[in-house]
Design a protein around this ligand. Structure first.
Ligand code: NAP
Length: 329
């Protein structure tokens, strides 16, 4: 592929939203020893993609401009690095690119073998691409932070999942229901039936007084909350938690970090736990297998061609997606 050009989108400064994305022709990257070069069939967006563009994670990301955003891809291996053991040209895969390097909004990109997994024919490229940041975050929050066992063993837990109609939330509801749980979920009125269909035992409209107060209709106290919405204060969670209840906050702002520190230092039984995704290939393989078995579905909000990736970007910034936003080269 050396010397071949491809279509990609990058930005060369912070800010600018969809208009800051520029369509460019750039060389197809070459895989290093432990990487595979993938021809993309689907790319899934996450809020972190536009948060990096907004400068919300500066100076860590991006390391340099111009930057091709996007990390969640599915496609076909076209070349494997010399040290790659498990993949060869022609394999259908799903892979997570590094946030530091980005590279997703393109026709081709390179992924580490360690974060690449075979995609079975039962799972479409779009469904597989959705599973990456969103599915892995839901999995990490439930299994590691909340201690839910997805084989149904383990003590019964009452779980609250906020923003259950979004990318992370819709996976979190489905995964939680594989465990021994009672799930309360929040979403907007238009998505109540949808979130029930994912398996939630009770659903709250977050724009009603009881919904805003996170009050379970059946009076449950939550052992764990997977907090996927933003800016809900600790004072709202606190009265709804069981004695040892934990809020797993995947969107921690400064006040959540303050609560985290105070609860830790005062040995409070009720805790706030900020969560940052640490992606693992074995967890991705687990999720892909659940999807293959029909136990975990990716709901697709919308599909957009790469030539109109700005529309997908604007949709993600709007923050009203139901499920995952997908781009197809
Ligand atoms: N810490 C990490 O490693 C990590 C990993 C992944 C994601 N995140 C963060 O987690 C958040 C969620 O990500 P996502 O991909 O799920 O976002 P998303 O798909 O954009 O979420 C959109 C959904 O959230 C719903 N929503 C928004 N505010 C709500 C509220 N107060 N109560 C109930 N529902 C609400 C919206 O419903 P309506 O349209 O009805 O308003 C919409 O369906 C983002 O801030 C993201 O950056 C963090």
């Amino acid at each position: 592929m050396a010397g071949k050009l491809m279509h990609a989108l990058w930005y060369d400064s912070y800010g600018g939203g969809p208009a800051g994305l520029k369509h460019v022709e750039v060389p197809v990257p070459s895989p290093s020893k432990d990487e595979v070069l993938i021809k993309f069939e689907a790319i899934s967006l996450n809020p972190v993609d536009w948060k990096i563009q907004k400068g919300m994670i500066r100076p860590l990301m991006p390391r340099k401009f111009p930057y091709i955003p996007g990390t969640d891809v599915a496609g076909e291996v076209v070349e494997a690095g010399s040290g790659v053991k498990n993949f060869k040209a022609g394999d259908k895969v799903v892979a997570m690119l590094s946030h530091l390097g980005g590279g997703g909004l393109a026709e081709y990109g390179v992924a580490k073998e360690s974060l690449t997994v075979v995609r079975p024919p039962e799972v479409s490229a779009a469904e597989a691409a959705g599973l990456l940041v969103a599915g892995l975050t839901a999995h990490q929050a439930l299994t590691q932070a909340c201690g839910v066992k997805l084989d149904g063993s383990g003590p019964r837990k009452n779980i609250l999942i906020t923003a259950a109609s979004g990318g992370v939330g819709h996976y979190a509801v489905q995964l939680a229901k594989l465990g021994n749980t009672h799930v309360t979920a929040t979403c907007g009125a238009r998505n109540i039936d949808f979130v029930k269909s994912l398996g939630a035992d009770e659903v709250l409209d977050y724009k009603t007084p009881d919904g805003a107060a996170l009050k379970s209709p059946s009076g449950q106290k939550y052992d764990a909350v997977v907090q996927c919405a933003s800016n809900i204060p600790w004072s709202t969670f606190e009265p709804n938690l069981s004695a040892n209840g934990k809020v797993i906050d995947i969107t921690p702002g400064p006040s959540a970090m303050w609560t985290f520190a105070v609860k830790k230092l005062t040995f409070s039984k009720k805790q706030l736990v900020p969560l940052l995704l640490i992606p693992k290939g074995e967890h991705l393989a687990y999720l892909v297998n659940l999807a293959k078995e029909g136990k975990l579905k990716t709901v697709i909000d919308s599909k957009h061609p790469l030539s109109k990736a700005e529309d997908a970007w604007a949709k993600s910034i709007d923050s009203h997606a139901t499920g995952k936003i997908i781009i197809e080269p």
